[in-house]
Structure formats: structure tokens, C-alpha cells
Write a protein that binds this ligand. Structure first.
Ligand SMILES: Nc1ncnc2c1ncn2[C@@H]1O[C@H](COP(=O)(O)OP(=O)(O)O)[C@@H](O)[C@H]1O
Ligand SMILES: [Mg+2]
Length: 321
């Protein structure tokens, strides 16, 4: 059994203009020790998918359908203390921009000790020892635990956040845009750190990024999202060397870009559709270079096109047999 099974997950937001279908029927499994990358342009639903798994949606967000099964439990039914325990001990999340969310008036060590004492029910001495180990693990000199957040650089603060995410030895870590706010050199260091921790600790990880190069380095499997749906899902190498969906092909064609620029390729100019009352047909229709009339009305399902490689396009033929 997979550690995490997501089936047909739909997460919607109530807004003044209507119901916004932010995540609209996504499926994937994640095994112990496996890293899955969620990629796609800003607004395609990556963060919403992550928050759904953690049950940390804002008040106007709700799970409209589907299943989230984590370690054999139906997350829809987990509430209260049990949910709080899962959140730190079994699943942890490194939020987008979290490194700027450290409490400025508390020493960094204290900020990690607290959840350890609370969730592991250990005394302060044991917790302190654990924080020192964690700091070593993430490459911060343990002597710095008494410093305040402002004494750390951006990259070092992100290491603190990673240490915090690992504090209670979770099985699954979700990292939402873990390097987006950092400059390029530091990004590479943080990616290398995440990758080595994932292997050393046999962690399952969901890495979310709009930047494919981040995911290429860290993930075993990639899921490409577009307008609330997964349009392609395959082992990471396959996505890069044999992309099938026209959206993925556009993304990959622009990568790696010799100028080091990270912009949307010309072949997929335009913007994603509005997710309030989206079209019944293919959501990529407006931007697709392969589109035909049928795509206006026929929504392509995600089908297996070769073993382990799935795509959702009316013109990518499914595997035979
Ligand atoms: N609290 C909210 N209320 C209404 N719409 C939201 C809310 N949060 C996110 N959205 C919308 O949901 C969609 C998906 O957003 P998000 O999951 O943040 O995308 P990503 O992480 O891929 O950039 C976007 O259209 C966004 O505007
Ligand atoms: Mg996001």
C-alpha cells in the first residue's frame, strides 16, 4: 500500500464571483522514500493540493470530492487532536516563503524545541539535544541555536525551516516552493540539502515548484498541473526526455534555456483559463498548438500512454491492450 493515495481530489473555493475549482480531480500515489514533484504555472492549484492533504485550507476552501488516504487513514475523517498529531509527527510542510515567518523575537532554537516537547512529550534536555542534531543535519552550526532569526541569512533561515519540518521525524514532507525566494547559488545548496535528507532519512517528499529545474534535481516522479488538473504524470526522466502533453512539451522545450531565463515559452503564450465555471472541454484549449474542434467539448481524461506514464490529451493515444 502506498504511503499516500490521492484519488479524484477536488478542492474548491467559495468566492464572490462563484465557486473556483482550484483542484479539480487529481490522482497520484506516493510511496515511502519517494519524491514527487508538482509543477505548473502560478495559480494551477499546487499549493491548494498541498493544503488539502494537510487539511489546512483557508475558511472559504473545502474538499468537494475525492479521497486522501494517508498511512491507511482517510484524511477526510481525521479531526481534532488526531489531526494535529498527524500534522507534525507524520506530515510536515515547509510553506512558501516560510523562512520569513519565523518569530523575530524568539531564538531559533526555542522555535523548534517547542513543537518537539509538545508532540514528542519529551523534556527540554532531550528536545535540545534533538535540535542540535537537526541543526547539524541541515548544515547549521549547533552553536547558533541561541541566535535570533535576523542573525541568519535567507538561506540559513530556510535551513532552520527544514530543521523544523524534520523535528518530529515525519514520514512525509511537503516543500512548497522551497527555494523560490532565494538567490540562485543558495537555491542550489538548499536543493542539494533536501535531496540528501530525503535519501538519508528515506523520506517521502512532495516538492512543489513552478521551476522545473528544481524538480529535475529532487524528484523521482513528476506531475505537471494545468488549471487544477494533472495533465501529465511520469517518472521524472521520462517527463524531460519524452514529454507527451502539448503543455509539458512547451515547458520542456524551454528547458534548459541557454540564457538561463525562466520564462514561458512562446509556444504556450497566453494565460490559464478562469477556474470559476471553466470550459467543459480541455482547459488547455486556448493555448494549445495541437487543438482540434473536439477539444472544445471533450475533456481529455488522464490515461496511461505507456507503463507508468500518464497524459491527458485528446490527441495522445492511450497504451494498447
Ligand atoms: N483563499 C482563496 N480563495 C479563493 N481563491 C483562492 C484562494 N487560494 C487560492 N485561490 C485560487 O486557487 C487557484 C490555485 O491557487 P494555488 O493553489 O495557490 O496555485 P499555485 O500554488 O499553483 O500557484 C488560483 O486560481 C488562486 O487564485
Ligand atoms: Mg503556490
Amino acid at each position: 500500500m502506498a504511503l499516500l493515495e490521492i484519488q479524484g481530489l477536488r478542492t474548491y473555493f467559495k468566492t464572490q464571483e462563484g465557486t473556483l475549482q482550484a483542484v479539480d480531480g487529481i490522482d497520484f500515489n506516493l510511496d515511502k522514500g519517494q519524491a514527487l514533484g508538482l509543477a505548473g504555472e502560478s495559480g494551477c492549484g499546487k499549493t491548494t493540493a498541498a493544503l488539502s492533504i494537510m487539511k489546512l485550507l483557508p475558511a472559504n476552501g473545502y474538499i468537494a470530492g475525492g479521497k486522501i488516504n494517508f498511512m491507511g487513514q482517510d484524511m477526510a475523517r481525521v479531526t481534532g487532536d488526531k489531526l494535529r498529531a498527524i500534522r507534525w509527527r507524520d506530515i510536515s510542510i515547509i510553506f512558501q516563503g516560510a523562512m520569513n515567518a519565523l518569530n523575530p523575537v524568539k531564538r531559533v532554537g526555542e522555535q523548534i524545541i517547542e513543537p518537539i516537547i509538545l508532540h514528542e512529550k519529551v523534556d527540554e534536555e532531550v528536545a535540545l539535544k534533538r535540535v542540535k542534531e537537526l541543526f547539524e543535519m541541515v548544515g547549521i552550526n549547533p552553536s547558533r541555536i541561541r541566535e535570533y532569526p535576523h542573525e541568519f541569512s535567507g538561506g540559513m533561515r530556510q535551513r532552520v525551516m527544514i530543521a523544523m519540518a524534520l523535528a518530529c521525524k515525519p514520514r512525509l514532507v511537503i516543500a512548497d516552493e522551497p527555494t523560490t525566494a532565494l538567490d540562485v547559488m543558495i537555491q542550489a545548496q538548499i536543493i542539494a540539502l533536501l535531496k540528501s535528507l530525503q535519501k538519508d532519512l528515506d523520506l517521502a517528499m512532495i516538492v512543489i515548484s513552478h521551476d522545473l529545474s528544481v524538480l529535475a534535481e529532487t524528484c523521482d516522479v513528476l506531475a505537471i498541473m494545468y488549471a487544477g488538473k494533472i495533465v501529465e504524470r511520469a517518472p521524472a526522466g521520462e517527463v524531460f526526455y519524452d514529454p507527451h502533453h502539448p503543455y509539458t512539451r512547451g515547458l520542456i522545450a524551454a528547458f534548459p534555456n541557454i540564457h538561463g531565463e525562466k520564462k514561458m515559452p512562446a509556444s504556450i503564450a497566453g494565460n490559464p483559463p478562469n477556474l470559476i465555471n471553466p470550459t467543459k472541454g480541455c482547459r488547455f484549449y486556448d493555448r494549445c498548438f495541437m487543438k482540434q474542434d473536439i477539444c472544445k467539448t471533450k475533456e481529455p481524461p488522464l490515461v496511461e500512454i505507456k507503463p507508468g506514464h500518464w497524459a491527458a490529451c485528446n490527441f495522445v493515444p492511450p497504451m494498447k491492450g
